[in-house]
Design a protein around this ligand. Structure first.
Ligand SMILES: Nc1ncnc2c1ncn2[C@@H]1O[C@H](COP(=O)(O)OP(=O)(O)O)[C@@H](O)[C@H]1O
Ligand SMILES: O=C(CO)[C@H](O)[C@H](O)COP(=O)(O)O
Length: 564
């Protein structure tokens, strides 16, 4: 009798469940649900207004979606629920929340309902940049060796800046919280009743090292004396490797989501990292791009080297036995969404509607007719800051070369190109510092949605791009880890390597660089690099000064005196 595993991918806007047949490697059914509260970046459910750079979610949504998408995949597939042997999840990260000892999120307590700090801080919450700046300054002055493992800087997206922001702006929330926890670990706590923090988020987002643990209490004290014992008081030193079984599905949760109690549940994982084995990559030299709202770039290495501006290198952080490297771009699809939502004339919207296509598709169709370089435009892709290689959320976007004749599709294409240049910067930096990238693999929503974009990436990087056959690659990876938690004796796998040999599939069609485009894009990329270094490396901090003026004028937060 065939056995099945369920993978749940918690994305930025929605969660997706995938039911995987472990005998045939077939993706039997999937189901998606948007989070009822969505991303809260302007106000809380009760109307409380949020300052700029905030991005919150409601933790109740993470359980709510399970009640729909799990019964849905069982119903659609007609599979007997008793044949499901494993569950794995992956999440965006660092997506964190304050909870009470029993797991109750603070925002669910009536007295904290209107306090933004009591909610989930989503990965793209960038309002902890002052704390990140200060952390980097202090760590660098103290010669903390962990900085090198994170490309020289800790991002404002990561856990410690976010916790410190809570302490600074809402000390009562800090006090009231018994724990701060990654959302991926919180969902596992809800599913199994066990707090089993995973090594991936601990390593990439919480400055934890397999052999060295967290930074010292002295370091935390140097940040703020109230943080001296933050690890023991608010986090945990018990960290579990990926592929470990976190526990078994509790009766209460099983009843709620329509599954059998006792199913093996894997420790939580991250959407980017979980995708690498899901495209069949289990050795160095092959970079996987998870392309959607943002892009995460992950690659394995057999040594630990310091690559400037990478998000992190974590031993066993992706699969056991290798150093997992991560880099990323904080906004990619989000930039195109911004353009579509804010900068497209009504005529375009009308045309798209009449033809029954999305505005993205219409713009892409028009932009496909342009040759590289034809628009005379060059853009910087920092509309949500720069995660790699500059690690600076205070940088902003730029479009150069506009004229009175510039068309929306030209800007759309220039924005796509700018994100491809951002990826090329990352690849070049890895190559330069000894992590060779010989092959590119892609998964996520964008390869499905936009072949023109994929061709531009192949031309800009001059690398052939292989694409995952699954349109739910992170969920597939999560299901594979769920099957590893179940173990071979229950119809699963003994290791993620075993699973990676038989489950993943790639599309036959690949995106191959086109020589004449490669040549033009090489010239354009050199121009991008000039702009990148001029605005991003301190020659002209105008972007930060503008942001500072904006903050003072909007009176949201004290002006930042230093930008590091
Ligand atoms: N045809 C398109 N071309 C380029 N980008 C698109 C297109 N359609 C949607 N998008 C962008 O894709 C992103 C969503 O990507 P997806 O991978 O589905 O989600 P997520 O990153 O949340 O997992 C959105 O930011 C949206 O703007
Ligand atoms: O930083 C991350 C992983 O390390 C985030 O999870 C990621 O950037 C969010 O991705 P998306 O919404 O595009 O799936």
């Amino acid at each position: 009798m065939a056995k099945f595993s369920i993978g749940i991918d918690y994305g930025t806007e929605s969660a997706r469940a995938l039911l995987l047949n472990l005998d045939t490697a077939e993706e039997v059914a999937s189901s998606t649900m948007n989070y009822p509260h969505g991303v809260m970046d302007e106000r809380l459910p009760d109307g409380t207004v949020l300052p700029q750079d905030w991005a919150l979610e409601h933790p109740d949504d993470y359980i709510e979606v399970l009640k729909k998408i799990i019964p849905d995949v069982i119903m659609k597939s007609g599979v007997n629920k008793d044949d499901v042997v494993g569950i794995g999840i992956d999440f965006t990260a660092c997506t964190m929340l304050p909870i009470k000892k029993d797991g109750t999120p603070l925002c669910d307590l009536p007295e904290y309902k209107s306090n933004p700090h009591a909610y989930v801080k989503l990965w793209k919450h960038h309002a902890a940049q002052p704390e990140a700046n200060m952390l980097n300054k202090i760590a660098s002055e103290r010669g903390e060796d962990f900085l090198a493992r994170y490309g020289g800087k800790i991002s404002s997206e990561w856990l410690i800046p976010k916790i410190w922001q809570i302490l600074n702006e809402a000390p009562d929330v800090y006090e009231e919280a018994d724990k701060f926890i990654e959302a991926t670990d919180w969902v596992i706590l809800k599913l199994t009743g066990n707090e089993r923090r995973n090594s991936c988020t601990a390593g990439y987002k919480a400055i934890w090292h397999k052999r060295k643990g967290y930074p010292s209490n002295e370091f935390f004290k140097a940040l703020d004396k109230r943080l001296e014992n933050v690890v023991d008081e608010k986090l945990s030193r018990d960290i579990y490797p990926l592929g470990t079984k976190a526990g078994e599905l509790t009766e209460e949760m099983a009843n709620m989501i329509g599954l059998k109690p006792g199913i093996a549940v894997a420790v939580g994982n991250v959407d980017a990292h979980v995708s690498l084995p899901a495209v069949g990559v289990a050795s160095p030299g092959k970079m996987v791009m998870i392309m959607g709202t943002s892009i995460c770039h992950v690659v394995l290495g057999d040594k630990e080297v310091e690559v400037p501006g990478m998000c992190g290198v974590v031993e066993d952080g992706i699969v056991p036995g290798y150093y997992g490297y991560e880099a990323g771009q904080s906004a990619v699809g989000d930039i195109f969404a911004w353009f579509v939502d804010n900068c497209v004339p009504d005529g375009y919207k009308k045309e798209a509607e009449e033809r029954g296509i999305s505005v993205h598709q219409l713009l892409t169709e028009k932009a496909s007719k342009l040759k590289p370089g034809e628009s005379g435009l060059l853009a910087l892709d920092w509309l949500n800051g720069n995660r790699s290689v500059l690690v600076d959320a205070d940088l902003t976007g730029l479009i150069l070369g506009l004229t009175l004749r510039t068309k929306p599709e030209e800007i759309y294409r220039a924005l796509i190109e700018s994100t491809a240049y951002g990826t090329r910067m990352i690849i070049d930096t890895f190559n330069e510092y000894g992590i060779k990238i010989d092959e590119l693999y892609a998964c996520g929503g964008l390869p499905e949605k936009n072949p023109m974009l994929m061709q531009i990436y192949a031309d800009v990087t001059n690398l052939e791009i292989k694409v995952s056959k699954s349109n739910q690659t992170p969920a597939l990876g999560a299901a594979m880890f769920g099957a590893v938690a179940a173990g071979k004796e229950n119809g699963g796998f003994d290791s993620i390597f075993e699973a990676a040999k038989v489950i993943p599939k790639l599309k036959d069609e690949t995106f191959k660089p086109i020589l004449e485009n490669v040549e033009i894009y090489e010239k354009l990329f050199q121009e991008y690099k000039l702009l990148h270094d001029y605005f991003g490396r301190g020659a002209n901090d105008v972007m930060k000064r503008l942001k500072n003026i904006k903050e003072v004028v909007s009176d949201v937060r004290e002006p930042k005196t230093t930008c590091i």
